[in-house]
Design a protein around this ligand. Structure first.
Ligand code: 6PG
Length: 502
């Protein structure tokens, strides 16, 4: 009865998070329906166990009942099973195995936030349900993920020391402290975790993280596509250029791995490996959920949505093949100066990335009203600086912007990012023009520019749109010279008949 934490589910994420906790001195009791997985984590722990550690740091359990017996009270149990029904099935088994009201069940999967809200309420009498979203994949879970916790505030005091220990760490400049040696965990630095709010707050923030991840990835792919199609660069050359970009304002994990990917060759054919991969993108759904949530709340998040659609379009491989033989582009060719185009695409990527993050934070701003949360946007930017897939050095600038003004309406309005857009937007404009003239699809770049221009427009043609709505549906409109909220209707087809107040 001396284990600090239990695990149900020892798949890739469960196993690695359990080993991470063990490295930080916590004793783990692990259970999985598949006994091979239990054995696998025990074998790995035994192989990695430091000589100084006298006893096993992870205990294998043959049942949920057995696991509960190993834990100190209140018992903390991490559930790492596929999102959806399996989470409820595990909760049910835990209740049947004798879980008590003070015990804490932590769902560390990619659950939909609405499920977390429901579960927190549904299980209230039985135990405390807590959500913690984990980003960083297998390596992150093992050596330091970004953890996004949300749930019962009282439970946080039990989880906080453990979560802060295992989370990724950043140094005083906000740079991730890298580590990948079993048994030698990073213990100094600022942890990439913070309590985000009640019930579904953590899972919601992670979902938006993934929406931004979709945009970030798509924008890098569009930059690659432009460099390849406009300048005829080979993947390796683009990989080297990305390496260079990664030293500057675009410094990020996703640019870093893209540089690496583009410089790898296929063992079988000798071709660039990326050319041997089918151009049909998969998705598990978190980007789509972000886009749906934004749309439901009326938040403009076109870049994120376009990134979801771009994946969808890519899967139409058969139709695209047909269309490629039938639909032609009327292309305007002109002089292309490689160095200037490279610079434009680098700036375009930076500007579009700023706009994508601006949209992500706008979605969270709307969600906190919708769900009655008080999100700390500076904390969110800070816990994304290390461990997670979208980690990037400019997240420090986002944290600074929200630290300066917690009520900042939009990231684009912070001095730093307004200035960045002012000095670099020419690149985005140029990239979009070149893409349009050359028939190269760059939907997320287009969408970013449209968002930026739309957001900075004092006047938009929505006046005509309102008139159209009123014309065919008597939906009414507001007048620029009347009180806000006052509605008017015009009898459009009866010229001369005065408008009436609605
Ligand atoms: C992370 C990732 C992780 C996973 C995505 C993949 O933060 O560690 O986002 O959660 O890789 O869910 O999502 P898609 O399959 O939808 O691309």
């Amino acid at each position: 009865q001396n284990c600090n934490i239990g695990f149900v589910g020892l798949g890739v994420m469960g196993k690695n998070l359990a080993l991470n906790l063990a490295d930080h001195g916590y004793r783990v009791a692990g259970f999985d329906l598949d006994s091979h997985k239990v054995q696998d984590v025990l074998d790995t722990e035994a192989a990695e166990r430091p000589a100084t550690s006298a006893q096993a740091r992870i205990i294998g359990c043959s049942s949920i009942e057995d696991m509960l017996k190993q834990l100190v009270k209140p018992r903390v149990i991490v559930v790492l099973v596929p999102a959806g029904k399996p989470v409820d099935a595990v909760c049910q088994s835990l209740i049947e195995a004798g879980l008590e009201a003070d015990d804490i069940v932590v769902d560390c999967g990619n659950s939909q936030w609405t499920d977390t809200i429901r579960r927190e309420a549904e299980y209230k009498e039985k135990f405390k349900f807590f959500g913690t979203a984990v980003s960083g994949g297998e390596v992150g879970a093992r050596f330091g993920p970004s953890l996004m916790p949300g749930g019962d505030a009282d439970s946080w005091k039990y989880l906080q020391p453990m979560w802060e220990a295992v989370a990724a760490k950043v140094d005083e400049n906000g740079k991730p402290i890298e580590s990948n040696t079993p048994g030698k965990p990073v213990t100094e630095g600022e942890p990439c975790t913070a309590y985000l709010g009640p019930n579904g707050a953590g899972h919601y923030v992670k979902m938006v993280h993934n929406g931004i991840e979709y945009a970030d990835m798509q924008l890098i792919c569009e930059a690659y596509h432009l460099l390849r199609s406009l300048l005829g660069y080979e993947p390796e050359e683009i990989g080297k250029l990305f390496e260079k970009w990664n030293q500057g304002i675009l410094n990020s994990y996703l640019v870093e791995i893209s540089a690496d990917i583009l410089q790898q060759y296929d063992h079988k054919t000798g071709a660039p490996l990326v050319d041997m991969i089918l151009d049909s993108a998969g998705q598990k759904g978190t980007g789509r959920w972000t886009s749906i949530s934004a749309t439901q709340m009326g938040v403009p998040a076109g870049i994120i949505s376009e990134s979801v659609y771009a994946r969808a379009l890519s899967t139409l491989t058969g139709e695209r093949e047909l269309a490629a033989g039938k639909l032609t582009a009327d292309i305007e060719s002109g002089e292309i100066e490689a160095e200037a185009v490279e610079k434009a695409i680098e700036e375009a990527l930076y500007c579009a990335k700023i706009c994508a993050y601006a949209q992500g934070f706008q979605i969270m701003r709307a969600a906190q009203k919708e769900y009655d949360w008080t999100l700390n946007f500076s904390d969110i930017a800070k816990i994304w600086r290390g461990g997670c897939i979208i980690r990037a050095s400019f997240l420090q600038k986002i944290a600074d912007a929200f630290d300066t003004n917690h009520e900042l309406e939009n990231l684009l309005l912070s001095d730093y990012f307004a200035d960045a857009m002012a000095t670099k937007q020419a690149g985005l404009r140029k990239a979009v023009v070149l893409a349009a003239q050359s028939g190269i699809p760059t939907p997320s770049f287009f969408s970013a520019l449209a968002y930026f221009d739309g957001y900075r427009s004092e006047v938009l043609p929505a006046n005509l749109l309102q008139a159209q709505r009123d014309y065919f549906g008597a939906h009414t409109y507001e007048r620029v010279d009347a009180e806000p909220g006052e509605k008017f209707h015009t009898f459009w087809q009866e010229k001369g008949r005065p408008e009436r107040k609605a």
